[in-house]
Design a binder for this molecule. Structure first.
Ligand code: KG4
Ligand code: ZN
Length: 358
């Protein structure tokens, strides 16, 4: 079957076609088109919801058309439409959901609303044999809006076992980037600066400060997180040394120390939760899953601390917001719903929710 996914929850207008082959359990993306609005929002230092909506409106139909063309298909081949219906920025979400609802009506196709984070989790199974997925799965969800540990005992079954009490991990990266005068979006820029500090070719360490950023809630007995105190610690440290903001090495070191503090906490909590819940697989999900240090260090921690637990993170093309992940999640949701629900009438009833829970 062919599923057309649509995603407009934040600042990427995305559409993708995935092909499901039930005979060999394959989930194959035939296209994964993403139109990014990074340049538009960069000068504001963050996403402006109404500007995002205007851009989505301009781009959504060409992006959907491109996803069909790239897949070599016409609308007639599409078996199911899937769209992110929350959580996210309402003006942005509305463009995706209203487009999907209109197409579902005009094309007379079934339609499913998908949770954005569910999509990020299912990004791990693109290009995999879905018959081999083993449960329970522990998901470390780390995006711009979410930081959660979620336990899945089976498909589409989510138990929240911990979450951030304040800032999300990606949000902390973005805010620290702003403190360090780095470009938007901040996560990749902080990671790039941190990598330069660690690089073995970086032999000209002119400023080596003693930095001990906190590891918030590391010792707490639950699986919750907190990153706002860490961000404030970075702010105070930089404020104490404002003249160094012109020094690239200083910025690189602060970025490195901040990133390591975040990674330490994320890993410690994930491993502690895994020791109790004994998952067969740990997955990373959300934009911060693109962080190389998090990928490498978590892989190492899983190998050292857990037996019989695998670890995965999505392929590069599916780590940040995309629509292939939405289409993939829709396949499993459609399988679960079966014929119990009339997906052909969803174009009438589907609503958009800014704070949708998993
Ligand atoms: O999932 P995503 O694309 O959008 C949301 O659903 O929020 O995640 C975006 C977040 C941003 O905060 C961005 O700075 C962060 O992911 N991010 C990173 C990296 N790449 C993206 N954070 C750390 N290291 C990265 N390499
Ligand atoms: Zn996302």
């Amino acid at each position: 079957m062919y599923i057309l996914g649509i995603e407009t929850s934040c600042d990427e207008t995305a559409a993708a076609i995935i092909k499901i082959d039930e005979k060999n359990g394959s989930i194959k993306p035939l296209s994964n088109v993403i139109s990014s609005q990074i340049k538009l929002h960069a000068k504001w230092g963050g996403v402006v919801p109404n500007l995002a909506a205007r851009e989505h409106l301009k781009n959504i139909l060409p992006v959907i058309q491109a996803s069909l063309t790239e897949a070599g298909l016409t609308k007639d081949a599409v078996d199911l439409l899937a769209v992110t219906h929350g959580p996210g920025l309402i003006p942005a979400l509305l463009i995706g959901t209203n487009t999907a609802k209109t197409l579902a009506y005009a094309w007379q196709k079934p339609l499913l609303g998908i949770h954005h984070i569910e999509g990020h989790i299912y990004a791990n199974f693109i290009n995999q044999d879905y018959r081999k997925i083993k449960f329970p799965i522990l998901c470390l969800v780390v995006s711009g809006g979410h930081t959660q540990l979620v336990l899945m005992k089976k498909h589409l079954d989510y138990t929240l076992i911990g979450e951030t009490q304040d800032d999300a991990a990606g949000e902390a990266f973005d805010k620290v980037a702003r403190i360090l005068n780095l470009d938007y979006p901040g996560g990749p820029e902080v990671a790039k600066a941190a990598k330069k500090w660690k690089s073995p070719t970086n032999k000209t360490l002119t400023t080596k400060h003693v930095i001990n950023f906190p590891r918030p809630m590391l010792k707490s007995k639950n699986f919750n997180f907190s990153f706002s105190g860490l961000k404030t610690a970075v702010l105070y440290f930089v404020k104490k040394n404002p003249e160094h903001l012109h020094d690239k090495k200083f910025i690189q070191q602060v970025a490195y120390e901040f990133q390591q503090a975040v990674v330490d906490v994320l890993i410690a909590k994930t491993i502690a939760a895994a020791k109790i819940h004994k998952p067969r697989l740990i997955v990373l999900a959300g934009g911060v899953s693109a962080n190389h240090e998090l990928q490498v260090q978590l892989a190492q921690a899983v190998a050292e601390n857990l037996t019989d637990t695998d670890f995965s993170f999505p392929d590069t093309s599916f780590q940040l917001d995309n629509a292939a992940m939405i289409a993939t999640a829709a396949f499993f949701r459609q399988q679960k719903i079966g014929s119990k629900n009339d997906l052909f009438s969803n174009w009438k009833t589907m609503s958009t929710k800014a704070n949708l829970n998993l």
